[in-house]
Ligand binder design. Structure first.
Ligand code: HEC
Length: 186
């Protein structure tokens, strides 16, 4: 009798620890898994009128959403560029290549420094820049900008703003960047 109750005393804490361990395994998903990173913004605008819906369009589930809609200083790309469509598909490989350029590799300055890690236009330099860097999470601004416009500006920069030209990038690299920044508005 004594022996059995002793065993029970030992087994119960072991069971509790097992249960806690199982819950940690089940619920503790990595915060920066690749999927979450590639789709940081899960909220889509629902309504299309009024100030509130504007705020919603820029809203995201991960904190500050930046200004939306945003004033825009950048001028229009030439017509033959405006009609260009992104020839690449948003495969994991292309998105990761775009992400690498956006965050680390683009020269002279990675896009993140101005446009922000979350693409909301609030990178570390943003408060010193007028006009402010584009907020890629802002559906109302981004939906009106065709791929060819983004391509032209990334290659040539936007005179009169801080947006530099990244003319050394291969065309495919620019299209990969565009796939990546389009993710932010989804
Ligand atoms: C030094 C700061 C800075 C860096 C670095 C930077 N941008 Fe910009 N970007 C800006 C500013 C400022 C604007 C202009 C906003 C405006 O037109 O009002 C802009 C505008 C844009 C636009 C909008 C074009 C349009 O027609 O509205 C795109 C697209 C863009 N940047 C992409 C990029 C990409 C991709 C990178 C990295 C390869 C990058 N930017 C790096 C500051 C920067």
């Amino acid at each position: 009798m004594k022996r059995i109750s002793l065993n029970k005393e030992r087994i119960i804490p072991v069971l509790i620890m097992g249960a806690v361990f199982a819950m940690v395994l089940l619920f503790n998903q990595p915060v920066y898994s690749a999927d979450r990173f590639l789709n940081p913004i899960q909220v889509r605008p629902v309504a299309h009128s009024g100030e509130e819906s504007h705020a919603e369009a820029g809203g995201n589930v991960m904190g500050s959403s930046g200004t939306c809609p945003q004033l825009r200083k950048t001028s229009k790309a030439p017509d033959n560029y405006l009609s260009r469509k992104n020839p690449l598909k948003p495969t994991r490989k292309n998105l990761l290549a775009g992400k690498g350029l956006f965050i680390f590799d683009a020269k002279p300055t990675p896009c993140k420094v101005c446009h922000g890690f979350k693409g909301n236009g609030m990178g570390i330099l943003h408060s010193r820049l007028i006009p402010r860097p584009r907020n890629f999470t802002c559906y109302y601004t981004m939906e009106n900008l065709p791929d060819g416009q983004l391509f032209w500006i990334i290659k040539n920069g936007s005179p009169g703003t801080a947006m530099p030209s990244f003319s050394y990038l291969e065309d495919d690299q620019v299209w990969q960047l565009i796939l990546y920044i389009r993710q932010f508005q989804k």
